[in-house]
Design a protein around this ligand. Structure first.
Ligand SMILES: [Zn+2]
Length: 417
């Protein structure tokens, strides 16, 4: 994946997260919030059929208020589905619709469509409850990474993927390696030789299977995990059966008892520490570099205003944004043309602003309000600056959020800002 594609993915993930956070807050006063997960191979017409069916079944709902709310949600979903052709966009889509409580007995109709999530939606799901079903989407967004998985013993092997937190078995093989007991009449020596040959052949077959799957995608992969009983996995790795570039990507070998598909899941469990570590490794090294520049160099910038100024100059090499930052930026222009900005919590209302240079007041409704991350990423895109989202799952990542306002940058050159 190129870095600009990665930026796009990060940005899209961020957009999704924002919507999900909002949706999670909502509550319906009854069982009246509808969520539909649609895989990309599901025909839109069949979804419409399903929704129509639900609409007619909803007429049996006793509470008039709930009945109307559910039917309104379903009508709104049908309206949205009209925008699509035969199939949903790649990876599918999720539709949320329902009348949410806005307090004081009032409700508000909300309909949101999220297209093309980062991983494919696997099965069609219709969900009607007092809250929206956001869990499956959150799982997709919460984790990064693409890992190759191999489990083997001398009789059986499975290879597959770990995509985020999802295990995807792909291929399996079983061997013709004879057991340890030789048949009568066979010489012990000949039996041992044949057995070793068969083992060697099987390891080659497993390696071939892994090569077929992994070699083409090795540049987007984060590593390979190998599992099995001892000494099989050790023999396999020590024997250099894998393509040499794949061999270099092996992050670790783990004891697992099963080598069928379930062994792939066991392998991921066994490797959890390494996977956790790996997830923040890239983020950690960005933050290490930032702190090094902050203490001993002059290529660090932080805080909204300073980082923004450097960004506008085109001086920022990498923009570091805390993935847990949820703030907006409000831009004011006073009658004398002075532009000033305020950073506020997302839930805070826009207020009037007194220009610090001339004292003129700018009304809240004349201000422009934008999500802070969108604002900075917009400038970064124009200036060819890479954006990195930094997790808060490690100490320096937490510091970025709490001590540096969630925004920092590593500069291309010293600007004195
Ligand atoms: Zn002014």
């Amino acid at each position: 994946m190129s870095s600009s594609e990665q930026d796009q993915t990060d940005k899209q993930k961020y957009e999704f997260k924002k919507v999900i956070e909002d949706l999670r807050e909502y509550e319906g006063s009854g069982t009246q919030l509808v969520t539909i997960y649609i895989p990309d191979d599901r025909q839109i017409s069949s979804v419409v059929e399903h929704v129509t069916q639900e609409h007619s079944e909803a007429s049996n709902i006793k509470s008039k208020q709930t009945r109307t709310a559910v039917q309104d949600a379903l009508t709104s979903i049908k309206d949205r589905l009209r925008y699509y052709d035969v199939y949903p966009p790649e990876n599918g889509m999720v539709i949320f619709s329902g009348a949410i409580d806005t307090g004081g007995g009032r409700t508000d109709m909300v309909t949101k469509v999220l297209e093309s999530p980062p991983q494919p939606i696997e099965s069609f799901r219709y969900h009607c409850d007092s809250d929206f079903l956001t869990g499956p989407l959150e799982e997709m967004l919460g984790d990064k990474g693409l890992f190759g998985l191999i489990v083997l013993d001398r009789r059986e092997a499975n290879v597959g993927w770990l995509k985020g937190k999802r295990v995807e078995p792909v291929k399996s093989a079983s061997s013709l390696v004879p057991g340890k007991q030789r048949k009568g009449g066979q010489s012990a020596q000949r039996f041992a030789r044949l057995r070793l040959e068969a083992i060697d052949n099987f390891y080659q077959e497993v390696a071939g299977m892994a090569d077929d799957l992994f070699v083409d995608r090795r540049h987007e992969m984060d590593g390979i995990l190998v599992g099995g009983p001892s000494p099989t996995k050790d023999e396999f790795l020590d024997g250099d059966y894998l393509h040499h570039e794949l061999g270099d990507m092996v992050l670790g070998k783990f004891d697992v008892s099963y080598t069928d598909e379930s062994g792939l899941y066991d392998l991921v469990d066994a490797a959890q520490d390494i996977l956790d570590e790996h997830e923040v490794m890239q983020d950690k090294s960005e933050m290490e570099e930032f702190f090094k520049e902050l203490h001993d160099g002059n290529l660090a910038t932080y805080g909204f205003e300073a980082t923004r100024e450097n960004l506008v100059m085109g001086a920022v090499d990498r923009l570091l944004i805390s993935e847990d930052m949820r703030r907006d930026v409000i831009s004011y222009e006073c009658p004398n043309g002075h532009e000033e900005r305020e950073v506020v919590d997302r839930r805070e209302d826009t207020s009037d602003h007194d220009c610090s240079r001339c004292g003129e007041t700018v009304d809240a409704d004349e201000a422009e309000r934008e999500d802070l991350i969108d604002h900075l990423m917009g400038i970064a895109e124009q200036r060819g600056t890479e954006t990195k989202f930094i997790s808060t799952d490690f100490e320096k990542g937490e510091q970025l959020l709490n001590a540096f306002g969630g925004v920092a940058g590593i500069l291309r050159y010293d600007t004195g800002v």
